[in-house]
Design a protein around this ligand. Sequence first.
Ligand code: NAD
Length: 258
Amino acid sequence: MTTFQLPLADRVIFITGAASGIGKATVAACRDAGARVVAADLQSAEATASINGLDSGDLAVSLNVAESEAVKAAMVGVKERFGRLDGLVNCAGINGQGSIDHITVEQFRKVLAVHVEGTFNVTQAALPLLRAGTQAAIVNLCSIYGMTGGPANLSYNTAKGALLNFTRCLAADLGAEGIRVNAVSPGYIETPMTHMLQHEAAARMRERFVQMHLLRRPGQPEEVARAIRFLLSSDASFITGANLPVDGGFSSAQLILP
Ligand SMILES: NC(=O)c1ccc[n+]([C@@H]2O[C@H](COP(=O)([O-])OP(=O)(O)OC[C@H]3O[C@@H](n4cnc5c(N)ncnc54)[C@H](O)[C@@H]3O)[C@@H](O)[C@H]2O)c1
């Protein structure tokens, strides 16, 4: 009789942005697949643990990914508790909004600090633990607007474009060690981040945006989480430096809308 093993059995996965949306769904998907998780967010550790229904096999930490010292301190705790990491998901993020005439350099910097510097900080601090792990894999949350330009969200789109190339460069640097690094680029996903598009003034724009997805519907966080889980697992053992759009076909074709 063959014994069935869950795809992430006994793996320890660090997930940022874990208290909401795609990060929260990723925590659930990884736990369902047998992983123990370190759920990290700006929220308090108690809140993140409670939101995710974590148990004693998991760990919740409170940190700002843009603060490198806080990130390093969190990794000390992870080392004491688990001694290693087998996966990292850089999911923490904030929205941008505004074209060049409508944002200040401080606003621009803040968005880059969370997405780009934050991913750098967490990845660099996690690396010794990932090197101590087994078949370690990193997944960075990019966006359809990191693959192409888009209007009125200059800081966010710039940050996601940078993250996509960061992913490829990191994959080049870590490939010889067997550490895989991939990007997931979601389309429009219904989470608290996109909730603001649901109130009246933005409703028409949201509807047109949704119609630009070939499947003519928004995505759900669980649909992104399953793609992330795949890239973390040994099912993706020969995939690195790749970008997996989870966008209902948005980036595959340009629809001519009526
Ligand atoms: N929702 C979408 O349509 C969509 C599309 C493409 C890409 N993404 C990306 O997916 C990721 C998750 O987005 P989401 O929609 O789930 O957003 P969300 O707002 O639901 O969740 C983001 C989480 O990140 C945390 N966070 C924010 N700044 C942080 C910081 N400095 N340090 C630590 N934690 C921080 C928040 O507290 C929150 O829990 C983001 O990187 C986002 O850019 C989302």
